[in-house]
Design a protein around this ligand. Sequence first.
Ligand code: HEM
Ligand SMILES: *[C@@H]1O[C@H](CO)[C@@H](O)[C@H](O)[C@H]1NC(C)=O
Ligand SMILES: *[C@@H]1O[C@H](CO)[C@@H](O)[C@H](O)[C@H]1NC(C)=O
Ligand SMILES: *[C@@H]1O[C@H](CO)[C@@H](O)[C@H](O)[C@H]1NC(C)=O
Ligand SMILES: *[C@@H]1O[C@H](CO)[C@@H](O)[C@H](O)[C@H]1NC(C)=O
Ligand SMILES: *[C@@H]1O[C@H](CO)[C@@H](O)[C@H](O)[C@H]1NC(C)=O
Ligand SMILES: *[C@@H]1O[C@H](CO)[C@@H](O)[C@H](O)[C@H]1NC(C)=O
Ligand SMILES: *[C@@H]1O[C@H](CO)[C@@H](O)[C@H](O)[C@H]1NC(C)=O
Length: 362
Amino acid sequence: MAATARQARRPAAGVALLAFALCLLPAVARAQLRVGFYDTTCPNAEALVRQAVAAAFAKDAGVAAGLIRLHFHDCFVRGCDGSVLLTVNPGGGQTERDAAPNKPSLRGFEVIDAAKAAVERSCPRTVSCADIVAFAARDSISLTGSVSYQVPAGRRDGRVSNKSETVDLPPPSSTAKNLTDLFAAKNLSVEDMVVLSGAHTVGRSFCNSFVGRVWNQTATPPAAIVDAGLSASYAALLRALCPANTTQETPITTAMDPGTPNVLDNNYYKLLPRGMGLFFSDNQLRVDPRMAALVGSFAANETLWKEKFAAAMVKMGRTQVQTGACGEVRLNCSVVNPASSSSSIELASSTPAVDEDGVATS
Ligand code: HEM
Ligand SMILES: *[C@@H]1O[C@H](CO)[C@@H](O)[C@H](O)[C@H]1NC(C)=O
Ligand SMILES: *[C@@H]1O[C@H](CO)[C@@H](O)[C@H](O)[C@H]1NC(C)=O
Ligand SMILES: *[C@@H]1O[C@H](CO)[C@@H](O)[C@H](O)[C@H]1NC(C)=O
Ligand SMILES: *[C@@H]1O[C@H](CO)[C@@H](O)[C@H](O)[C@H]1NC(C)=O
Ligand SMILES: *[C@@H]1O[C@H](CO)[C@@H](O)[C@H](O)[C@H]1NC(C)=O
Ligand SMILES: *[C@@H]1O[C@H](CO)[C@@H](O)[C@H](O)[C@H]1NC(C)=O
Ligand SMILES: *[C@@H]1O[C@H](CO)[C@@H](O)[C@H](O)[C@H]1NC(C)=O
């Protein structure tokens, strides 16, 4: 087994146990992520992920948007630890995947599974699911936007996924203050928030996330309305698309950037002043003066936005990561490693630990 060969070069189990114990000390556990983390342990890891994403993208360009959002939803709940991928919480209860912000809309899981299968074949028990999600988001941005950036890696996978913790994700009903607060809770600034929101230039939304802007569902019978900031003609289109009795289960979707839904451009910022921000939360970016100024600058300069977007993705990707001896390298991205498996401790020594220095790219 390849893992055994590598294991021979690992420090003794006692050292691994020490590293595991040190993980509990915050100052020590804060090992840095590092570009090229797998250069020696799995040199083709990033190429294999890229191939899996490219293959899926060739069949359905929409998966790129799904994968970009997957990284966001992973990072905002318990940090970028792959918790969004889990279908079972060892502690019981429902997982993040069962929560309204993710179900049924979150997509791309099968691409992560395909990428994981490829890296496991090439280098078993080495590449974390959380890093695969970060790489896949980067590759999706490259495919849709011709933007390239390097991903600092070395994230370890978590062992908890709790449905109720998805309250950290901003709902489409968020006000400007809600958005500011929810991003600040992740140490992301107002500018980071406005920059990252430009991801809504790709992908689609189910009706339920915006139906309340075009139908008053509490009136009997439901009444046509046009929410503040929404263009009347766009509202009419959305109303024709989405029935007044829309629920979370209604399987109808629409592109968020109707012109170029698979191109990562700065069109999101151009649509907002035209009353074509799809969500109430999108429109909030032009209601708040400081946010509106940023919207204007990104609408005017796509290069500026793309540079900031890549840097903000890297920054978001550092949120509350577990590194070194913390967490585990999940063998199957949908489930935590069996408790009986020695992998948590054993794998702790298979990856460079607390003495690695980060190489920032942002
Ligand atoms: C600023 C606060 C944000 C809010 C309120 C928000 C809300 C939403 C909602 C409601 C949807 C549609 C879900 C559905 O189908 O019902 C969506 C889709 C999407 N969001 Fe966000 N989002 C935010 C920030 C972000 C960020 C930071 C990113 C990534 C960097 C992102 C990337 C995406 C993408 C790519 C899609 C399309 C997904 C697909 O086509 O599968 N969003 N967002
Ligand atoms: C999930 O999180 C909630 C809120 O923090 C907590 O009350 C609950 O016990 C957690 N559930 C599990 C199974 O850990
Ligand atoms: C948004 O802000 C309102 C008013 O301050 C608050 O009641 C609500 O809980 C906030 N929502 C979120 C998701 O933070
Ligand atoms: C934000 O930064 C503070 C101070 O460095 C830190 O204690 C906290 O854990 C960080 N929060 C997140 C979500 O990264
Ligand atoms: C929706 O209809 C209800 C009942 O007629 C009314 O009280 C409410 O103000 C309406 N809401 C909007 C946003 O028009
Ligand atoms: C929703 O309304 C449509 C007509 O607009 C109707 O055909 C459909 O049966 C309704 N669905 C539900 C779940 O009530
Ligand atoms: C757009 O932004 C880029 C990157 O920051 C900058 O180099 C360029 O000068 C800007 N273009 C204009 C017209 O301001
Ligand atoms: C991963 O685990 C899920 C859930 O137990 C299972 O359905 C799937 O077949 C597993 N995948 C692999 C590659 O073993």
